[in-house]
Design a protein. Structure first.
Length: 146
């Protein structure tokens, strides 16, 4: 395992998790309409999940002797969005997170503890994608404005 490469990859993951917190929080603010209540709860649960991931990754970077990034990946801010557009954006971002962790897996294959650590994130990202896709199936035709 090349620690320097792993720390670089973990910092990229940390920056993505930090941006996910902001994006999901923003979506919880702007969603309106009859589905607002459950969607606000859903988006805010994703904020907490991204925060949990960020904390874990930041701690792992420190444990490996690296310095956790304070940067946040660029966040797309289109302004007004329908619920479906928000969910589509979130799915695309979660897929990017999944790909990041899958790329990291290749760097840690020879380290059992790190491999299991990264595999857990991959499974959680896959669950997020599947959950978002379920929400998306029921959201078409709904606008976020009333």
């Amino acid at each position: 395992m090349d620690k320097k490469k792993v720390i670089t990859a973990l910092n990229a993951a940390l920056e993505h998790e930090m941006s996910a917190m902001v994006r999901y929080m923003h979506h919880s603010f702007i969603v309106t309409g009859p589905d607002r209540g459950p969607l606000v709860q859903f988006f805010r649960a994703r904020v907490n999940e991204a925060a949990r991931h960020a904390i874990s990754v930041g701690d792992k970077i420190s444990a490996l002797g690296g310095h956790p990034s304070v940067k946040i990946s660029e966040i797309y801010e289109p302004g007004e969005q329908t619920i479906a557009e928000m969910l589509e954006e979130d799915i695309a971002e979660e897929r990017a997170h999944y790909d990041l962790y899958e790329g990291l897996l290749k760097e840690v294959e020879d380290n059992v503890a790190m491999r299991v650590y990264v595999e857990k994130f991959i499974c959680e990202e896959q669950e997020h994608i599947e959950e978002l896709e379920k929400y998306l199936k029921g959201s078409h035709g709904h606008s976020h404005s009333s």
